[in-house]
Design a protein around this ligand. Structure first.
Ligand code: 3NM
Length: 224
């Protein structure tokens, strides 16, 4: 297979509505939640099996494989959070790492041309991540979040605006506390998309919630 790093314009499109979930983020069957979210229009999925109650070992891999199959059935790329060994073992489409995870340049070496996302919280981290081979950046938390206990202080749109002001045009998603009510703010600040967990994983209807989120960002995205 001919491989190459994903072009930015293609990635920007995929980042529009980026759903992240592990089994610990829902009381429902995660397969059901993901299927619904896909029906509702999510554009990218990240498997983030992490924190209290998260599966490990074989159970984690089994869940990853079944969620990846759902994504494949619908042409949605499947990204693995943090666990590079798992991403390589199951041949996922990409990985996402934070600042406390494996060194970004080392991850790029290991995964070849797979999609590489990096969480960044300062302009310095943004510049280093790009230098080390990131394809996109996750910037947050934009708003307070109850989902990540060790999340940093909410920063609003400060860093996204600062990055765009520097004319750095790497694809960016905002993360942290994003809902249908505040989604347009994130896009207006210069992000290419929104990434979120609870607004979809905890919704009464993940499908309706995904649809509504997509509707709220279409107009501001067209204006960017
Ligand atoms: N990373 P919710 S905030 C996984 O700031 C994650 O880097 C963050 O969950 C960061 O959409 C966060 O439920 C949690 O707020 C996002």
């Amino acid at each position: 297979m001919l491989e190459m790093r994903i072009p930015s314009h293609q990635l920007r499109d995929l980042l529009k509505l980026y759903f992240i979930m592990g089994s610990q983020n829902t009381d429902k069957d995660p397969r059901f939640v993901l299927e619904e979210a896909i029906q509702g229009g999510i554009t990218l999925f990240q498997f983030r099996e992490k924190g209290e109650g998260a599966k490990t070992g074989g159970e984690k891999e089994e869940l990853a494989r079944s969620l990846m199959q759902l994504c494949r059935n619908h042409g949605i790329p499947f990204i693995v959070n943090d666990d590079i060994d798992l991403a390589i073992a199951i041949d996922a489409d990409g990985v996402h790492v934070g600042q406390d995870d494996e060194d970004v340049a080392a991850v790029r070496e290991r995964i070849g041309d797979k999609i590489l996302g990096v969480s960044a919280h300062t302009l310095k981290e943004v510049e280093e991540a790009i230098e080390d081979g990131a394809d996109y950046l996750g910037i947050g938390p934009i708003f307070p979040t109850g989902t990540k206990p060790d999340a940093k202080k909410p920063q609003g749109d400060t860093l996204i605006r600062a990055v765009r002001k520097e004319k750095i045009d790497i694809p960016i998603v905002g993360i942290g506390g994003i809902t249908a009510e505040n989604a347009s703010f994130v896009i207006q600040s210069g992000a290419d998309g929104i990434s979120l967990i609870s607004a979809i994983s905890q919704a009464a209807s993940p499908k309706e919630s995904s649809k509504q989120l997509l509707e709220r960002i279409m107009v501001p995205l067209a204006q960017n």
